[in-house]
Design a protein around this ligand. Structure first.
Ligand code: CFM
Length: 539
């Protein structure tokens, strides 16, 4: 074991008793000798703790809905909520019709105190009218922020009236920030409405080409989806829609025609994947296009699913050509990276997905975790029946879908499906814990105190996380790589992405900058304080 329970106890000892008990359930040391390692996840962050989590509005508008480029996304709320979801996530988009690409716009109702007192519905209706007049989008989304729910604005009624007035879809998302315990709630709300109002609402009955797929849970951060698209199209796949990076309302309407759904980020979009299977009979396959090996495995699994000889051959041709081109570049960078250690703490998928590429570079991920994932993202989907639904989860409506009698068709026979399930991850995801090395640590909702303490204990060579903790870590003299926005770089997916990632990580290790940093606490007096024994109110 690389990390002892004693060290963990020592670290947690600083918490008041109740907090310590609660946090302990969110931390695991990987130990395969234990039959089943259970982790607590998707529960409320204890008030006062500095978490990296976001809110339901961030998960809905910022993550799932926002990247749809031919829609205008209106933030109904204070200007700050709009501002902080404006461009920071780097979900890129381009369009053949630049007049229908609104990705760089930030539209908000800019709620003021007056609106909180007298209501914001009229203001929202006016903003929708202005958007239609000036930008003429194909569709509009209205995204609720906390005050909207608190004062009781009826955004559904406003959206419905505007839809009738203008003759374009106006979708209302009741994703008030406080719903659920994190942005995960917002993903679910967004999934429900996209499934209910957008997917399948076109006249298209057949996919526009062979081997038709939807790419789910890929948000084109730093151009990732473009690199995946390049590879898939070269092999011969027809990409019907990408949800939702560089995606569009228009494409999404046709998603029912695909033969297979690929799921990159399980956490944010597993709801749509399941509903598409139930409604249209389209199976979903878990893929991971991060890392050379992850990309190869995903491409081979897809080829197995379709079982077409020419497709299998083309897949292998592309893999050998790309590996021959990319591997020598990665091998150069690996010389710099080999033997190093990393922390890999990201939202709900990347904490797992990036471990593969780290290990390809010879880097051991000694600590990993998710901000807001659920137990199945750690322990695998088998655990879903054991997850207790609490009051926070019940707050999010479950959309009941049924089979579409006209459009449902089995893409593969039940026997073939069983056979395929034994070979490839169809309707299945094993979770992060499986791939963690013995003795390494898994932490759910890692907070800032624990970040600093774990860094002191494990002394990682690189810390990968987000903007909220990046600078604290850098001031400790440790390189930090943002795996949310990629720090202005990318793409990191696919073959070209793997080479970019290797270059950026090697660059972090090679710069002498870290030796010059003197954190403020090294040469300035510190205020000392202490907790009063075990009394929760004292912190
Ligand atoms: Fe999925 Fe994401 Fe992630 Fe996520 Fe996010 Fe993101 Fe993320 Mo930041 S959808 S769960 S809500 S892969 S914005 S593109 S990087 S926390 S790990």
């Amino acid at each position: 074991m690389k990390f002892s329970e004693d060290a963990l106890e020592e670290m947690l000892k600083r918490y008041p008793d109740k907090t310590k008990k609660a946090r302990k359930k969110h931390i695991l040391v990987k130990d395969s000798a234990e039959a089943k390692q259970v982790i607590e996840a998707n529960t409320r962050t204890i008030p006062g703790i500095i978490t990296n989590r976001g809110c339901a509005y961030a998960g809905c508008k910022g993550v799932v809905v926002g990247p749809l480029k031919d829609m205008v996304h209106i933030t109904h709320g204070p200007v700050g909520c709009g501002y902080y979801t404006w461009g920071a996530r780097r979900n890129k988009a381009r369009s053949e019709d630049p007049a229908q690409n609104f990705i760089n716009y930030c539209v908000t109702t800019d709620m003021q105190e007056k609106d909180i007192v007298f209501g914001g519905e009229k203001k929202l209706a006016k903003v929708i009218d202005e958007v239609v007049e000036i930008l003429k989008p194909k569709a509009i989304s209205v995204n609720a922020t906390c005050p909207v729910g608190l004062i009781g604005d009826d955004i559904n009624a406003v959206a419905k009236a505007a839809q009738e007035r203008h003759g374009i879809p106006v979708l209302a998302f009741s994703c008030e920030g406080y719903k659920g315990v994190s942005q995960s709630a917002g993903h679910h709300i967004a999934n429900n409405i996209l499934m209910d109002r957008v997917i399948g609402n076109s006249e298209m009955e057949e996919a526009p080409g062979r081997f038709a797929i939807n790419m789910l849970g890929e948000y084109n951060i730093g151009g990732d989806a473009w690199e995946i698209d390049r590879i898939l199209k070269e092999i011969g796949y027809t990409v019907v829609s990408t949800m939702t990076g560089d995606g569009s309302y228009e494409e999404l309407r046709n998603a029912h025609t695909a033969d297979l759904n690929l799921v990159q980020c399980h956490r944010s979009i597993n709801y749509i994947a399941e509903m598409l299977e139930k409604k249209y009979g389209t199976p979903w396959l878990k893929v991971n296009f991060i890392g050379v090996q992850g990309t190869i495995n995903s491409l081979r699994d897809m080829a197995v699913y379709f079982g077409d000889e020419d497709l299998i051959q083309k897949t292998e041709e592309v893999i050998s050509r790309e590996v021959a081109r990319i591997q020598p570049i990665i091998d150069q960078y690996r010389k710099i990276c080999e033997g190093k250690t990393a922390f890999c703490f990201v939202g709900g998928s990347r904490g797992h997905h990036y471990q593969g590429i780290y290990s390809e570079l010879g880097i051991d991920t000694v600590l990993a975790g998710y901000e807001f994932a659920h137990r199945d993202d750690y322990e695998g989907r088998d655990v879903i029946p054991d997850i207790k639904t609490d009051a926070d989860s019940r707050n999010i409506p479950e959309l009941q879908v049924s089979t579409d009698e006209r459009r449902f068709r089995l893409k593969v026979s039940p026997e073939k499906m069983e056979e395929l399930k034994r070979k490839i991850p169809l309707s299945s995801y094993n979770g992060m814990n499986v791939e963690m090395q013995e003795g390494n640590i898994i932490v759910d909702d890692l907070n800032h105190y624990e970040t600093e303490e774990f860094i002191k204990l494990l002394k990682p060579d690189i810390f990968s996380s987000g903007i909220k903790d990046k600078y604290v870590v850098q001031k400790m003299g440790i390189p930090s790589k943002q795996l949310h926005s990629y720090d202005y770089s990318g793409p990191y997916a696919g073959f070209n992405g793997a080479a970019n990632f290797a270059r950026d990580i090697a660059m972090s290790f090679s710069t002498p900058t870290w030796n010059y940093i003197v954190p403020p606490w090294k040469d300035q007096p510190l205020l000392e304080g202490k907790m009063v024994g075990g009394d929760e109110k004292a912190c």
